[in-house]
Each structure stands twice: as structure tokens, then as C-alpha cells.
Write a protein that binds this ligand. Sequence first.
Ligand code: SAM
Ligand code: SF4
Length: 485
Amino acid sequence: MEKAASPYRVHIETFGCQMNQYDTELVRSLLKAEGFTLTEDRERADVILMNTCAIREHAHHKVYGRLADLKAIKRQRNLVVGVLGCMAQNLKTDLVEAESIVDVLAGPDSYRRLPGLIAQAIESQEQGSAQKGIAVDLSEYETYDDIMPERAEGVNAWIAVMRGCDNFCTFCVVPYTRGRERSRDPHGIIREAEHLASRGYKQVTLLGQNVNSYRFEAREGEQLLERYSAKTSQLRTRLGHGEGVRLGGPGAGGWKGGGTWDFARLITAVADLPGIERVRFTSPHPKDFPPALLDAVAGHPNICKHIHLPLQAGNDRILRLMSRTYGHEDYLALVEDIRRRRSDIALTTDIICGFCTETEEEFLDTYRVMEEVGFHSAFIFKYSERKHTIAARKYPDDVPERVKSERVTRLVDLQKSISRRKNEELLGQTVAVLVEGDAKKSSAQWMGRTDGNITVVWEKNGSGIRPGDCILITITRVSATTLFG
Ligand code: SAM
Ligand code: SF4
């Protein structure tokens, strides 16, 4: 139950990935339940929280820049400043000591303590002291399963299905900032997705740092399984699928049977819910793609035909140094396996340039794998050494900045030409587009996305279209990033 509104207004700024956006929605819900008022107006806020990212140094710089702005405001009036999320977890007390304006620090597993810490900081500020509130313990169990996030309006809603990561890729800070991998109870996830469908969200994106390693041993829940078994078979009959859609999990017998839930089974269950038209997921690891998951993506009409498949590097020595657990041939075999099932599944990726000791020849291996796969798009990063990681402790960050930047530029140029070519293949075709809202550049145009997650822009022309509609658009022009119709 929500408490009476507090006179204290809280403004939250979010940096970084979709998981952070989701966590901000959780925090909004926790604060609202304790009676705080949320505001978009930072000028009038009594409390400003920054939900931060630690994945690259650039993310840290952005937060330090904002803290410098807030210092000036704090000189003029009472203001509680809080840093949440990965940077809080990673830098802990260093941050409070270095940035004296930070009053509250809460890591990703400590959000339940946030309302208390903020109340304490407000009280201490009103009494003229500057007591700091710090909560940075990592948990093996916290999944915020009982909290319904306070979501932003829109067509898409995020659902975190698991938290943390146990993979310890040597470059990555996530296992240190988000802790051990733990999966949520599927019942809670399905309830959340049902609630979203009833509120009119058309698309759900399942989130996790390593989303496809989702695994849950159901101890009870036969009732729910049976309830959905009935719904699923009705829906299958309506869609004319018969038994074509396979459910994952060892010895998968559909909804009945409880037992182990893996990601294939979970995503199929969410996609089967009435009202959910599209399901996406991010970020998966290439090591966790069993046939049942590939079958679900290829075969279920509501699971988007898009797989984000982070490659990181195309050279085997570098992949070993990164502890990615696959070689470039395993990766290419997976791509072939996906495309054999369905050639229209769009593939996108993440690449790191200039990882420790990467030579020009090794970089060219990445270039060649990118050419060979032909991704629809790619996020291409310069390696950024992170405190606490295995790479920071064991390997020299010895590729000069200039060389890292130059490698990024070469891959960006390559990817642009591939993306344009891929988009050109869609010229003249009619594609299904989920309408999201006004285009970024003009409110006289609509913007939406294809199943493969490519942005489409078209003139409004007085048509009765609304966000959330799924419509057919014929593509008449393309750029490397956008389809026009
Ligand atoms: N779990 C996903 C996976 O296994 O690939 C990745 C999630 S990570 C939060 C998002 C991306 O950030 C990674 O795929 C990687 O390309 C990039 N990244 C992570 N650590 C980095 C670092 N230290 N320097 C540069 N890029 C990094
Ligand atoms: Fe980081 Fe992803 Fe590796 Fe986990 S699997 S350590 S989140 S890069």
C-alpha cells in the first residue's frame, strides 16, 4: 500500500543499459510506496539520484560531469544527492570520499534500503549535519520479485528475468557490480507480463546480463502451470500452430510437469500470453543457445526474429584471453545454425577493439568475421580497463589509445556499409512495423520497428495510426541505420 505523499520530491537520472532503466523503474516503485513524490523537474527536486553504469570509463566521466553541475546547485540550496547502481557498487566509499556532495550510495542489490537512506540524509541535512548513507552489499538472492516496477509509458516494457553474472569475462566489471547470477521465479515473471498486457503494452523485452542462462527449479506451481496449459492450447489452436511451437527444458512436456525452467521455456510462456504481440530478449551469451531456444525464436510468431549475439573478438587467442569460452569457428557454426532455421533472423553484435595485447593481425581476424557474418548492426567499443577485473589484474592494457580508436573507426566504416547493404535488401518489400511514436527528427513522421529491430520512419499523412499498432509499411528508401516507407 502507498503511504501519504511526502513533501520531498525525487528526480532520477538513468545512465547506461536497459537493465539500469528497469532498475530505475524498480526504484521509482519502492520510493512511491514509501510516500516520496517523483518529479521530472530537477530544478524543483529535493533529492537527485543518478542510476549509474560502470561498464566503460566514458560512463564514469558522464556521472562525474553531472556531479560537478550538482555541486553548484547544492551550494545554493538543500539537496540530497544519491549515486545508485554499478558505479556506486564499484567505487563504494571512494566515491563518497572523493565527491563530498554525494549523500547516499546504493548498489544494485540494496534498493530496498534506499527510502530509509534518503529519509536519513534529508533529516541529517535539515539538522545541519552531513551524515552519509551507504548500502553496497551484494546478495545471492535479491531479485525484487515482489516489486511491480513503476514503468514509463510506451509500447515496450522491460522485465528483468535474472540478475548478476557468473561468467567473469576478463574485461567485464558486471560480476563485481551486480554479483552472482540468480534467476527469478517464472510465476512472478508471467504475472508481470500478464499485468503489462492488461495495461496495453504490446512488447516485452526480457532482460538479463546473461539472459539465456536463465534457469529455475520450480518447487511448486502445478496450479499455475495447469492454468497456462489451458490458455496455451487455446492460443495454439487459434493461431493454427498445432504442436509446432516447442517448449524448451529437459524432457519438455509443455506447461505441465513443472520442474526445470530454462530460457526457451520461459520466453515461449511469455510469448504465448494473450495481448503480448512481440517478445525480445537481451543480452544473451553465445554459449547458451540450445536447439530448443533457436527453435522457439525461429518458430514462435510472437518472438522477434532478432538475436543480439555479442562476438567481442574474432581471434581465438583474444577470445581465450577474454575467457569467452568459444572460438570463432564455434561462433560461425552457431550463426549457420540460426540461419539454417530461418534466414530472416537479424543478427546484431558487440565488439571490443584493442583488448590487451591485440595485434593488427588479430584485429583483422575480427574484421574478417564481421565481414563473413554480415551483422545488421553492431556496437563497437574501445577496450576500457575496469578496476577489479581479471584483465586489469593480469594483462597489460598495452594497445595505444590512438590504435584502439583507429580500429574502432575501421570497424564502424565496415559495419556501415554492411548495414546499408542489408537494408537495401528490404527496398520494395512490405514489412510489419510496431508503431512506437513520433520520429526523433520530426513530429510530422511516425517511427516504429521491424521484427528484426530496424527503425522505420514514415510520414503521418493524417492516417488514424496510434502507438502500439502493428501495421504494414512498404520500404521506399534506406540509409545505414533507418528504413523509410
Ligand atoms: N552479457 C553480454 C555478453 O556476454 O556479451 C554483454 C553485456 S555487457 C554489459 C555489454 C557490452 O559492453 C559487452 O558485450 C562488451 O562489448 C562491452 N564491454 C564490457 N566491458 C567492456 C570493457 N571493459 N571495455 C569495453 N567494452 C566493454
Ligand atoms: Fe560481462 Fe556478459 Fe561476460 Fe557476464 S557474460 S561477464 S555480463 S560480458
